[in-house]
Design a protein around this ligand. Structure first.
Ligand code: AMP
Length: 208
């Protein structure tokens, strides 16, 4: 199964992706995570990506497309994968269409006020777990692995608005792109995590 997860920042793509990947045994490919990993390792790709990420802008298409196509060659992708955060522009989608036919594009949507609230309060762990300050009760470490939580630089409020604008201008047109291809399914991301996952499962079980 080849799945693309669409949706604005804060819609819950990362959280849902971790669950889907585990249950359906799909490789979870998050372009944001790959860029952040490169950033931590201070690679050339990481340095380049940082200059865009810090501004809430997208990393250029050519770099991103090459990185994803390379990643999809790895063995763990042979049984299917879940793309979280790619494609994010029509150019990326078109380049990807030339190599692959996906089974479903799952669009998770939520209203802007909720997205801003979720992102600004989001705390991350390097193991992939995410939390919201409202539920942490002052705790600063990860329940899964015990490491210290942190706030992503681009989750600060001033960058969040920019990212939402970039989403509307550059990524939202993909909803039409995949609707026309007949593979779009939409899920209401304003519900709680369990409900969203139930809806996603119904869609995926209908395909598998
Ligand atoms: P994310 O973790 O998906 O929210 O991505 C964080 C940041 O990484 C984005 O704001 C972009 O700067 C960059 N990024 C992630 N995926 C892509 C992509 N497909 N194309 C361009 N930039 C991306």
């Amino acid at each position: 199964m080849k799945v693309v997860l669409l949706g604005p920042p804060g819609a819950g793509k990362g959280t849902q992706a971790m669950r889907i990947a585990k249950e359906y045994q799909l490789a979870h490919i998050s372009t944001g995570d790959i860029f952040r990993q490169n950033l931590r390792e201070n690679t050339e790709l990481g340095k380049l990506a940082k200059s865009y990420m810090d501004q809430g802008q997208l990393v250029p298409d050519d770099v991103t497309i090459a990185m994803v196509l390379d990643r999809l060659q790895k063995d763990d992708c042979q049984n299917g994968y879940l793309l979280d955060g790619f494609p994010r522009t029509v150019a990326q989608a078109k380049a990807f269409d030339e190599t692959t036919k996906i089974d479903v594009a799952l669009d998770i949507e939520a209203p802007d006020e909720l997205l801003v609230r979720r992102i600004a309060g989001r705390r991350m762990c390097s193991c992939g777990a995410t939390y919201h300050v409202d539920w942490l009760n002052g705790k600063t470490t990860c329940d899964v692995c015990g490491k210290e939580l942190y706030q992503r630089d681009d989750d600060r409020e001033e960058t969040v608005y920019k990212r939402l604008m970039v989403y509307k201008e550059q990524t939202a047109p993909l909803i039409d792109h995949y609707a026309q291809a007949g593979v779009l399914k939409s899920v209401d991301g304003a519900q709680d995590v369990e409900k969203v996952y139930e809806e996603i499962k119904k869609v995926l079980d209908g395909i598998a």
